[in-house]
Design a protein around this ligand. Structure first.
Ligand code: NDP
Length: 330
């Protein structure tokens, strides 16, 4: 068996030296437990926060210990009722090839209903994040103009499509390459999209949304947030999902310099955690699963193969190497 450990805490951007790939014995399932052989691992931006010692909403990874995160695998040994050998399960012990779990900590998946790895992307945590953030947190309504940053990623690509399907007047996305921008416009049906590296976000957003923005779904923070505040219409709403442009910062980052516009524009800005919106999961799956099945929602995954390449996948995710969800296939 193989596992990935946190070797050291990064200062600024993480590097491969912060990880250690180690060979270990295959663990044994004890009484009431199952042994899972992982087939898919998720790497996610929130893991950058867990590499630091600072206290946040998730516990930090421990130096020298195996990391964890979303994963899918096949049950190869079961001493538990209700989970059988051969079942495919979703669970939280990623970053390793083999995991021992209690059945209460896994969800058995139906491999017939959808490709199982979709439960780590469009039908899983990132999908629910998009749904909850757009509808529950930002209260997106028909006729709104919606702007989403990180638009070619796992969360952002679904935000834009859901907004279109629910009758947004205009959907605008930003991403970090010409190919991603093309994908948003031509394959996902965004009305406008731009590469934030080409010119100041503020200028490009103004051109892409000449009548202003009603809902901003923030995945990036920093310059994007400031530009969105400037473009926001009166009574606009900002759902703050992530601020990936600041995750490697070594100094406190400045607030948006134009925050005072919150008064005149009477806009709301609300941060959220997907974990608080678990109650929406049934509605989310009822609405989104058929759309995915019928091909009315497009999704894509960037797949890296091999546990030893999981750190590369994670570093690549942070620097925009992914289109759609970044996954590791074992
Ligand atoms: P993505 O698939 O969007 O991958 C991250 C993307 O961020 C990269 O592909 C890259 O794309 C972009 N990026 C990296 N650095 C920068 C930068 N400096 N400026 C602008 N873009 C950058 O990840 P997810 O969809 O999983 O997550 C998206 C956001 O949602 C993250 O901020 C994450 O932390 C947050 N999140 C929050 C949750 C919550 O409960 N609040 C739950 C899940 C995710 P590009 O090429 O465009 O630069």
């Amino acid at each position: 068996a193989t596992e990935v450990r946190l070797a050291s805490r990064p200062e600024g951007a993480p590097t491969l030296d912060n990880f250690e790939v180690a060979e270990v014995d295959v663990p044994k399932a004890g009484p009431g437990q199952i042994l899972v052989r992982n087939t898919w691992l998720s790497v996610d931006p929130y893991m950058r926060g867990r590499m630091s010692a600072a206290k946040s909403y998730v516990t930090p990874f421990e130096v020298g210990k195996v990391m964890d995160g979303g994963a899918i695998g096949e049950v190869v040994e079961s001493n538990a009722d209700g989970v059988a050998v051969g079942d495919v399960v979703l669970h939280g012990l990623g970053w390793r090839t083999h995991a021992v779990l209690e059945p209460a900590r896994v969800r058995v998946l139906d491999p017939e209903a959808a490709p199982v790895e979709a439960h780590l992307s469009v039908l899983g945590m990132p999908g629910l994040t998009a749904y909850a953030g757009l509808f529950d947190v930002a209260g997106m309504r028909e006729g709104d103009t919606v702007f989403v940053s990180g638009a070619a990623g796992a969360v952002g690509s679904l935000v834009g499509q859901l907004a279109k399907l629910r009758g947004a007047k205009r959907v605008v996305g930003s991403a970090g390459s010409a190919e991603k921008v093309r994908w948003l416009r031509e394959d996902l049906g965004f009305d406008a999209a731009f590469n934030y590296k080409d010119a100041p976000v503020r200028e490009q957003l103004k051109e892409a949304a000449p009548d202003g923005v009603d809902v901003y779904f923030d995945n990036v923070g920093g310059e994007h947030l400031e530009a969105a505040i400037s473009a926001l219409n009166v009574h606009g709403r900002i759902a703050v999902c992530g601020m990936i442009s600041q995750y490697n910062a070594t100094e406190p980052t400045p607030a948006p310099r134009n925050l005072a516009q919150i008064i005149g524009k009477r806009f709301t800005m609300r941060g959220f955690l997907v974990g608080d919106h678990e109650h929406l999961r049934p509605a989310f799956l009822d609405e989104v699963s058929p759309l995915v099945r019928e091909g009315r929602i497009a999704y894509t995954e960037t797949v890296v193969t091999g546990i030893e390449r999981a750190p590369h996948a994670f570093l690549d995710l942070l620097s925009g190497g992914n289109t759609g969800k970044m996954l590791v296939r074992l």
